[in-house]
Every structure is written in C-alpha cells, then in structure tokens.
Design a protein around this ligand. Structure first.
Ligand code: ATP
Ligand code: MG
Length: 442
C-alpha cells in the first residue's frame, strides 16, 4: 500500500513531482505552506509520514514527538551539516535536497517502519507525560522502566498540593549527596511554584531548566553545555549543580515532556544522581480541553515520574496532609502504574497528631493507608527550616545538628524501594485525626 505523505517547505515541495512519477511507494496527499498547517493535517490522520525541508530549525523533539503521537514518521531534507548533526541527535532521518526520488521514497518507507517498531516496543518517548498518551491507551510494562541511557539515578521528589515540603527535601537531600562526593544535579521541574533558587539564595531569573530544555528540544544539548547551564553551589568544597526553575508560572509550557526526556537522558549520563523537585498535579488537562495536542501543564511532572528510578512521595503529617497524600498515591498509581514511591511523612509533630506521633501515624497507615509502607518520618522543626530559608542555605550549613537535617540526611542512605503496589488503597474511607488519635472515617 502506498504511504500517504505531507510535505512542508519549498525543498520538500520540489520533490513532489519526482515522487509522483514513481507511481508507487509513496503518495503526496498534501503540500503545506506552514508548520502549523502540516501538524494540523497530520492530526487528521491523512498521512503516515511528513517530509520536512529543514529551513529555519523548526524541527524539535517536541514536534517530532507530536507527529509520532499522530502516527506520522518524519524525514527531513537538508544540505546543512549542523542541521544534520541536530537531526541525528533527534533520531530523525534526513536526505540531501538533491536526493533521487526513489531514494527518498526508500527513506520515507524506512522511517515509517522505524516508527512502527518503536510503537510496538513502547518507547519511553510515548508515555503518560505527553499528549500522545490520551491517543495511545497502551500501558507500558514494568520492563519499560529505566530505559534512559547512562548510569545515573533519577530521584524525583513529589507529593500532593499544600506545600508538604517537596523542595525542602529536594534541596537538602541533593546537598547531602553532593557533600558526600556524588556528582549531583538538582533540577527544579515544578511548573506551578519553582522555589529551588530561593531556597539556595540564588538570584536567578533565567530558569536554567528552560534553557536546557530548549537546547535539548533542538537536539543541541551536550554534556559540557548542560554543566555550563547549571549554577554551581558548593558544599564542603564540592559542587552541587543546579538547574533553576520557572518562577513565572505562565512559563510552564516551556518544560515540554519530550525535551525533559532528552534532558534527563543526558543528565543521567553526566551525573551520579539527578534530584528532581516537581509539582503535585497529575491530572491530564487535555481531557478537559479536548485538544489532545495542547501542551500539558502536568506533562513535566508526569514525565519525570515515569522516568524516575526512585520517587519520594512527601506528605504533611497532619489531618489535611495525610489524607491528601493517600489520595495522591492512588492518583499516582493510576497515572503512572509503574511507579513505586517511598513515602516520607514530613513536619511530624505531636501537636497535629497527638502523643507518640510516629507510632500513631504508622499504625493508622498500616490499617487504613495504601499498601506502600511509610519509609521515613521527618520531624517538624520550624526554627531550623526558617533559619535555612532566611539564609538561603542548606540545613547542613545552618543547622547541621538539627533533627530536620539529620532526618533528611538519613534519606540519602536509604536503599531504593522496589516494592510495587497492588492496589490503590482505600477509596471510600479516610483517616480522621482527633484528640483520641488517628482513626478511620467512612
Ligand atoms: N520538617 C519541617 N519543619 C518545619 N518546616 C518545614 C519542614 N519542611 C518544610 N517546612 C517549611 O514548609 C514550607 C513549605 O516547604 P516547601 O517549600 O519545601 O514545600 P513544597 O512542597 O515544596 O511546596 P510548594 O507547593 O510551594 O512547592 C517552607 O516554609 C518550609 O521551610
Ligand atoms: Mg516546592
């Protein structure tokens, strides 16, 4: 069967006559003037391949991923050496503009076959975090985990809304790991309220993560550039590399899942550990907007969670925070079934739970919580937390002996939890906090 193809760009349009004269393997179904027209045409399902003249560098990993999500393979036409390098990095086939029609048709056929192979293999580029998920109901199997290259570990700190302490844990855990001699990248991927820069006292408006994502999207991010994009903060004479986040909430769309995948893949090969501070939300907003190709605000969070070797789920140990965490863990199970988080209850204090708060919380969790156990308790320690924030420093610098610092430092040594959850936990009952301790309410 002939492969339907759309073209965009003058050089691609010039190939149409030659392809038509072949009367065989490919059929040009639309010649588009602009990229937006081409993407829209692909979304209607009329094409299996897009022939793109690489003119102004519009080919990015985001575009390629979008087209692949619509089952459209990409072949680029270019005579430019730099462009070829980028296309190689993006794993896009390319040919010179003077290509023979038969060779071009062969490349288009091969690109379509590549895409079919990738789709049947469940590549990490087509997963929960991107727009394609709603179009693609396949659920990645657990063996799809850890598909990124490199030996580094991606450790994602996540948790429900309500400021349970995700950034506090991220920053201090990263500082402990860096001071311990690991090469660590701390990445602020929170698309709602980035605050890593503020925690570390960095005067940074430039959002290093946006810059890194932009380069990754264009296929031109390499290890030296990534390191240069980071701000270095020193702990005990050892560097912690920091990619600051988007402090202006309206810039969230600049953290595209496809670019984050590339960024994390590279980061894993450059750093021993990548600590990612991400936002809370997991819901798929395109289901509300009906625009399956629209960027997703939670796409960055979902993509980080999918690609994590380890997830630490942080919740506040109080009557609001614990039920929120229980619900959020159930949502995580639905959104990223392969996730196996470690649960950390933060801000643990008798005033919010009652006497022996850890025992009470553990007992209540074992009876009513999800099957995933509580891995650690981090005490409420407002003086130390406030002092560190005020100084824009890590707890190991401002309050090294504090219980808060000790508890977070202990997380750095904890083994990776490999338990998989079998069910989402209680859905109709919730934990209730009262003077009599923690109970279940129906
Ligand atoms: N164990 C703790 N004891 C006392 N205060 C804490 C503790 N952990 C965090 N805090 C404080 O709680 C506030 C929120 O913490 P943090 O910013 O880390 O939460 P978050 O989950 O990242 O919130 P956001 O939703 O804004 O990203 C901060 O003022 C922080 O200093
Ligand atoms: Mg935060």
């Amino acid at each position: 069967m002939s492969i339907p193809v759309v073209t965009v760009g003058r050089a691609a349009g010039d190939c149409v006559t030659g392809l038509e004269q072949l009367r065989g393997p490919v059929t040009v179904v639309r010649r588009c003037e602009e990229f937006t027209e081409m993407v829209a045409a692909c979304q209607t399902g009329i094409a299996r391949a897009a022939l793109i003249a690489f003119e102004a560098g519009e080919i990015t990993s985001t575009l390629v991923e979008r087209l692949r999500a619509a089952d459209v393979a990409v072949v680029a036409l270019t005579d430019d050496n730099e462009a070829r390098e980028r296309l190689r990095a993006l794993e896009v086939r390319y040919v010179p503009t003077t290509v023979e029609p038969a060779v071009l048709a062969g490349e288009v056929t091969a690109a379509v076959a590549d895409l079919e192979r990738q789709q049947s293999g469940g590549s990490p580029g087509h997963a929960f975090g991107d727009t394609s998920h709603s179009l693609d109901p396949r659920v990645p199997s657990p063996s799809d985990d850890n598909e990124l290259p490199g030996n580094g570990k991606v450790l994602v700190i996540w948790g429900p809304t309500g400021a349970p302490g995700r950034t506090t844990v991220s920053v201090n855990l990263a500082a402990e790991l860096a001071a311990g001699g690991s090469k660590v990248l701390l990445m602020d991927a929170d698309t709602y309220g980035a605050s890593v820069a503020a925690f570390l006292g960095l005067l940074d408006e430039s959002a290093g993560i946006v810059h890194a994502c932009r380069l990754a999207d264009q296929g031109i991010l390499d290890a030296p550039t990534l390191e240069r994009t980071c701000i270095e903060v020193t702990f005990d004479g050892l560097p912690l590399y920091v990619l600051t986040g988007v402090t202006r909430a309206d810039r969230w769309a600049e953290l595209r899942p496809s670019a984050l995948t590339r960024l994390l893949a590279l980061a894993r090969s450059v750093f021993d550990t990548v600590v990612v501070d991400c936002a809370f939300g997991l819901e798929a907003d395109e289901e509300l907007s009906f625009d399956t190709m629209a960027p997703r605000r939670n796409g960055a969070t979902l993509r980080c969670l999918e690609l994590a070797e380890q997830i630490i789920a942080v919740g506040s140990a109080d009557s609001i925070g614990v039920p929120r965490l229980v619900r959020a863990l159930a949502e995580l199970q639905d959104a990223v079934p392969t996730a196996s988080p470690r649960v950390v209850l933060n801000k643990v204090r008798a005033a919010s739970v009652g006497r022996s708060p850890e025992r009470q919380l553990r007992e209540a969790w074992e009876r009513f919580g999800p099957p995933v156990p509580i891995s650690a308790f981090v005490p409420a320690d407002f003086d130390s937390a406030d002092a560190a924030l005020l100084r824009g420093a890590a707890l190991r610098e401002t309050a090294p002996a504090s219980p808060l610092r000790q508890a977070i430092a202990a997380l750095a040594d904890a083994p990776v939890e490999q338990r998989r959850r079998s069910s989402a936990g209680p859905s109709h009952s919730e934990m209730k906090f009262s003077d009599n301790g923690v109970r279940l309410s129906q």
